[in-house]
Design a protein around this ligand. Structure first.
Ligand code: CAA
Length: 246
């Protein structure tokens, strides 16, 4: 039986690469997207089908506990229980802290961090009962080292790995692994939104002198999602072109 994988933020830059890679690896994949992206999700689904991947899509606002619960119930009823959860939904609201408003703080904490509780909480008990599960949280190099203009984002991304380490301990004896991936700068709409001068200066500071391609992030996720990664839990795997080493 194919493993059921849910990728939140599944139609975004990194999300798309994760979905297609997991589908290629034989998983039955469901891509979550925000309810306001319904039209884009339909196009996305057709584009994936044209590439040979049948990937289901589901709308839900993962910053809402209730909507996340509804989403998981629908997936379970239609496909079966989720075996692999990739928490990939994320946004930026970059501002120097002196200008940051509470709305920018709250939006980023709700979408990037609270969503991880909202969705994982719905699948966790089932994974423990079945004795198998893979939770993969997509954090960021900026959660590991901080970033000028990203107090909100860095806090949320660092929080994700605290969550990973705690939950890894609760799942360890039950066959459920929980890990973090910390990508560096990746070629997506999120990094394209940065001012050109800022982006070029960031690229200049990356030892590999380039951003990652989304498929280079997806490759690490595919490993953590696989059966053979069963002894790896509570880890924070960097995929950052040498930008941060510790
Ligand atoms: N270190 C020190 N000073 C810096 C700096 C840095 N890294 N970056 C900018 N500054 C300075 C500027 O030189 C400028 O200095 P002066 O005021 O002396 O001229 C000052 O900060 C700019 O301050 P402002 O208050 O005018 O800046 P702003 O409110 O317009 O915000 C910013 C600037 C939006 C934060 C901009 O610097 C920026 O986009 N930075 C990049 C943030 C970033 O890396 N975002 C990542 C997005 S992608 C992502 O998040 C994915 C991932 O996981 C990696």
């Amino acid at each position: 039986m194919a493993r059921i994988a849910l990728v939140t933020g599944g139609i975004g830059g990194i999300g798309t690469a994760i979905c297609t890679r997991l589908a290629k690896d034989g998983c039955s994949v469901v891509a979550n997207h925000h309810p306001t992206e319904a039209a884009a999700a339909e196009e996305w689904k057709k584009a994936r089908a044209a590439e040979g991947y049948e990937i289901a899509t589901i709308a839900a606002d993962v910053s809402s506990f209730e909507d996340s619960a509804r989403m998981i119930k629908e997936i379970t009823d239609q496909f079966g229980p989720v075996d692999i959860l990739v928490n990939c939904a994320g946004i930026t609201r970059d501002k120097t802290f002196k200008k940051m408003e509470s709305a920018q703080w709250e939006a980023v904490i709700n979408v990037n961090l609270n969503s991880v509780f909202n969705v994982t909480r719905q699948v966790w008990e089932g994974m423990l009962e079945r004795g198998y599960g893979r939770i993969i949280n997509i954090s960021s190099v900026n959660g590991q080292r901080g970033q000028f203009g990203q107090a909100n984002y860095s806090a949320a991304k660092a929080g994700m790995h605290g969550f990973t380490m705690a939950l890894a301990q609760e799942g360890a004896s039950k066959g459920v692994t929980v890990n973090t991936i910390s990508p560096g700068y990746v070629e997506t709409a999120m990094t394209l939104a940065m001012d050109d001068t800022v982006r070029n200066s960031i690229i200049g500071g990356i030892p590999m002198r380039r951003m990652a391609r989304p498929d280079e992030i997806a490759a690490a996720i595919a490993f953590l999602a696989s059966d053979e990664a069963g002894y790896m839990t509570g880890a924070n795997l960097p995929v950052n072109g040498g930008l941060f080493m510790h």
